[in-house]
Design a binder for this molecule. Structure first.
Ligand SMILES: C[S@@+](CC[C@H](N)C(=O)[O-])C[C@H]1O[C@@H](n2cnc3c(N)ncnc32)[C@H](O)[C@@H]1O
Length: 241
């Protein structure tokens, strides 16, 4: 039920997804994603599995980062449940040298069941703004653990909880009034953006999600997450040792 709802939401928003991201976050999602890759600090030749990869923002930043390090061996496998979102990604990378060099591949698939990916095969697993849309986040994390090599790293970028009550009130106004209105005006689709706001509310707060990650076998450093922009967004990270 939730899967088909999510599929519809992202089919509806695929073509306006990038512009809506900029509008809703006032461009800040770019800074969050840049920080996410800097924090990852991937080694040369790293193999990344970018799950719920969508239109490819994380994939692009990862490959650009590696280019800047003089690394031309790293590769990315993008997975997304929604063929339309993945097609936007394929279109974006079609003219790139990465695609020409066979360093990007794409599979339509569910994060909860990556049966097409062998055990112990990736150095890094990312899921950015995707896990809250999944029905069983713990299954997603379990699959991440399975497909990572020993020593591999799980990294998740996701909307989270603003703890300061005053800021939380401002953020609620933005979420419940401004975002659906923007969805209506920019993407002509209020309902999908109401769903997105709801899904943010329902996702577990930072410390609970960090515990889910540890419960699936990952080792976290310290509390296992970093808040960005007062906790609007958090980066969770764990190692498979
Ligand atoms: C908000 S977009 C994020 C895209 C990209 N990672 C980014 O940061 O721009 C969420 C993506 O998650 C995908 N998604 C939702 N549920 C999924 C699932 N169970 N398995 C794989 N992908 C899923 C959607 O199709 C959509 O492309």
């Amino acid at each position: 039920m939730k899967e088909s709802l999510v599929r519809n939401v992202f089919s509806n928003v695929a073509s306006s997804y990038d512009i809506m991201n900029d509008a809703m976050s006032m461009g800040v999602h770019r800074l969050w994603k840049d920080h996410f890759i800097r924090k990852m600090n991937p080694t040369p030749g790293a193999k990344l599995l970018d799950v719920a990869g969508g239109t490819g923002d994380i994939t692009q930043r990862f490959l650009e980062f590696q280019d800047q390090q003089g690394d031309s061996a790293s590769s990315v496998h993008m997975v997304d449940i929604n063929p339309e979102m993945l097609q936007e990604g394929e279109r974006r990378f079609a003219p790139s040298r990465w695609q020409a060099d066979g360093r990007i591949s794409f599979t339509v698939g569910n994060a909860e069941n990556l049966e097409f990916i062998p055990d112990n095969s990736f150095d890094v697993y990312t899921i950015a703004f995707g896990i809250r849309n999944c029905t069983h986040p713990e299954k997603v994390v379990r699959e991440a653990y399975r497909v990572l090599k020993p020593g591999g790293r799980f990294m998740c970028l996701e909307f989270s909880r603003v703890e300061n009550p005053l800021l939380a009130a401002v953020y609620d106004m933005h979420s419940f009034y401004v975002i659906p209105k923007m969805g209506e005006l920019i993407a002509n689709d209020r309902a999908s953006y109401e769903y997105l706001v709801e899904s943010i509310r329902k996702f577990p707060p930072q410390n609970e999600f960090a515990q889910i990650i540890r419960d699936q076998g990952f080792t976290t450093i310290g509390k296992g997450y970093e808040n960005l922009t007062f906790g609007t967004v958090a980066i969770h990270s764990g190692y498979k040792f």
